[in-house]
Each structure stands twice: as C-alpha cells, then as structure tokens.
Ligand binder design. Structure first.
Ligand code: KG4
Ligand code: ZN
Length: 373
C-alpha cells in the first residue's frame, strides 16, 4: 500500500467524538477529540442517550478541524474509516453513518474498524521516540473501560485470544472502586492520583485464576467494599466513644490523617483522605500485579518479540512502570493521548485492513458486542 495513502477516520463508540487524518497507517496528520466528559460527569457515568446526541452535535466541527492541515482539503483524502463496534449502539451509529455518507458522496472506499483492534494499532502510530514498526509475534494487553484481554498477534488481522475478563473490565473496576471511595469519574486517573503518595501497608487479594490467562476483578471490588465497611464501622464506634467521653470540650473528636473526610457523592462525609489513599494504592497494586504477571507469562510462553500495551488503562503510570520493569522483551506503550479513545488509532487499523484488500459496503451495520478475532 502507498505510504501516502491518507485516511479520514471517525470514532464515536463511547463518549469521545473523534476524527483524525492518518497517512500511511503511521503518520498522524491531525487528531481531534471532543470529550463529552463534562456532560456525563454529573451522572457519575456515561449516559448512552446523551452520548449519541453529543456526537451528532460535535461531528461536523470535529471533522472540519481534522481536515484543516490538508492543503487540498477533501481532495487529499483517499479513504474513509469508522468504528463499527464494540460500543454503545446509538453512539456507534452516528460515526458509522457519517463516515458512510462522506465516502458515498466523495466516491471513496470505506472500511469499518473494530475498536479493540484499533486500541492495539495505536502502537503503530509514530509518536515520541518509537519509530520502528512492531514485529510479529506480539502479545497485546488491552485494558480499557469496556475490555480487558490478552491476545497473541501473529500478523496483521491475525489474532489469537489468550484470555479476557470474566466479569468487570480493568477500567470498569477502577471506575466502580473510585465511586465506592467517593473519588471522581473517570475513576482511573482519580485512583492513580489518590494513590500517588500513599504509604503501603494494605494488601488486597489477587484473582490469579491459575492455568488461565483470564482475569477477574469483581472479587477485588468486593474486598474494597469490605475494607470501607470495616473502616466506617471503626470510625462510628470511635465517634460513639468520643461522644461519650467528651465533656463539653470542642474539637476533641477522633482524627484520622488530620485532613477533613472525603465527601461521598451527595452523601455525608465518611472516609478520611489518608484511608482512601492507602486503599487506592492497594487496589491499584493488585490490578497491576495480575495484569503484568499474566502478560509477562504469555510473552514468555509464545516467544513474543514485543509487548504492546493498549486502551485507556494503559495511561496508568504504575502499570507502565511495572510492565516495563518485569517484561522479558521490549514494551511499547502509546502516549497517553493515544491510549484513551481517539480516531488516529482507527486510521492506523484501517490502513492495514485496506492493505490486505479489505473494504466494506454500505450495508455494514454497527455491532455493539463485536469481539476481537
Ligand atoms: O479506552 P478508553 O478511553 O475507553 C474505552 O474504550 O473503554 O478507557 C477508559 C477507561 C476508564 O475506565 C478510565 O477510568 C480508565 O480508562 N483510565 C485509567 C487511567 N486513565 C484512564 N485507569 C487507570 N489509570 C489511569 N491513569
Ligand atoms: Zn476504547
């Protein structure tokens, strides 16, 4: 395929309206992301109806901005691509239909892209010091809000699923646990920040699921909940004791860490920042340990030349550090902006589909439950 082959790619599977222009599968000409986070934050999670509507409102401006750097504008685009799954059905539909309409009007080839595959292809984009192309066989760890899986890549488009989550995705676990602890949404960055300067001392369980590359995070979530309940019960009994012991002296109540307690969303304050920080750290360490251990085992077992990290949770600093420290081969991680949802990764994945002669027709529908491989 021509190294100048230029693709306009759209991504609307969740809460980011994104358009990018990618040349030769690896060079980002533009990468525009309009985040809807502020629209969803007040609900503490993503509301599908709100997402679809916001995509429709944002798409036109986002596509126009993505085309700006092209001297010939639309004439410099050779093909169009969009995510067709997995994701929210209504949200996917907005981007897929926009991409099909553009391709039809401009008489351009069109291809639908698997969002999970695209996260992996973020590793092909030229960014920072990473310049050589990843060499097969590769082990990819995809960790996002909706997916957690380990795959063996033997060639472009040739995947073997080694393991996946049996319950929550890693990012989903970060988001849910952050909510339990009264931290903000999205939970990943909030937990990372809370854990940053926390002392150790608390250890949470790891679900190893022996002899399997599968993952499970729901038990860990329950363990966090138990820690919170126990902490609350302890604090409550201390307060009762203090109230009994208090004889009119002000400010003599129990203190944990000095700072005021963290307020739960809409509820009364109950968890001290020091407790939240220790628990956030223990949770993060548990998730990272299991993810890294299984990825390293897979890389050894399949003789991978490199490990590719992908998905929103790949933005996690501890995960990056620990994988790089323990991996037997090189680890490739896209810059943070290319780990979370974006359209440049869709453009990269699309290039390698066109490269093997793939093209989709106007009948391509969204597939909210699309899997890899
Ligand atoms: O890939 P992504 O942008 O969207 C999906 O396709 O799901 O991933 C979003 C997820 C959220 O669950 C968010 O909490 C998590 O990635 N995330 C992180 C970090 N930054 C984002 N998780 C852990 N540590 C981070 N620094
Ligand atoms: Zn994603």
């Amino acid at each position: 395929m021509d190294a100048h082959f230029t693709i306009l790619a759209l991504e609307t599977s969740c809460d980011e309206t994104a358009a990018a222009v990618v040349r030769g599968g690896r060079t980002i000409i533009s990468n525009v992301v309009a985040s809807q986070l502020d629209e969803h934050r007040r609900y503490g999670g993503i509301v599908p109806e709100v997402a679809s509507r916001q995509h429709i409102l944002a798409l036109d401006a986002v596509v126009r901005e993505a085309l700006q750097p092209l001297p010939g504008g639309w004439n410099d685009i050779h093909a169009v691509a969009a995510t067709y799954g997995p994701g929210l059905a209504g949200a996917l539909m907005t981007g897929l239909n926009a991409a099909k309409a553009i391709a039809w009007i401009r008489n351009l080839p069109f291809v639908g892209v698997n969002h999970i595959e695209a996260h992996i292809y973020a590793n092909w984009l030229l960014a920072g010091e990473q310049s050589g192309e990843p060499q097969f066989p590769l082990i990819a760890l995809v960790v996002s809000g909706g997916h957690t899986l380990l795959a063996l890549l033997e060639d472009h488009g040739c995947y073997r699923m080694l393991g996946q989550t049996r319950d929550d995705a890693a990012g989903e676990a970060f988001d849910k646990v952050a909510r339990l602890m009264g931290l903000g949404f999205p939970g990943g960055p909030a937990i990372q920040q809370a854990a940053a300067d926390a002392p150790g001392g608390v250890t949470l369980p790891r679900a190893w699921l022996r002899d399997s590359y599968d993952f499970s995070f729901s038990g860990l979530k329950t363990a966090v909940l138990h820690q919170i309940r126990e902490h609350e019960a302890r604090e409550a009994s201390l307060q009762v004791g203090a109230a009994k012991g208090a004889t009119g002296r002000r400010g003599s109540g129990p203190k944990s860490g000095g700072a005021p307690p963290v307020s739960q969303a809409g509820g009364p304050p109950r968890l001290s920042p020091a407790f939240v920080a220790r628990l956030a750290r223990a949770f993060q360490e548990s998730v990272v340990d299991v993810l890294v251990t299984k990825t390293v085992e897979a890389a050894r077992a399949y003789g991978a030349t490199e490990i590719l990290l992908a998905g929103g949770v790949a933005a996690n600093v501890r995960l990056r550090e620990e994988l790089q420290r323990r991996a037997p081969v090189g680890v490739r991680v896209p810059p943070v902006a290319l780990c979370t949802d974006n359209a440049a990764m869709i453009g990269a994945a699309a290039f390698y589909r066109f490269d093997v002669g793939r093209q989709d027709g106007w009948d391509l529908d969204v597939n909210p439950g699309l899997r890899l491989g």
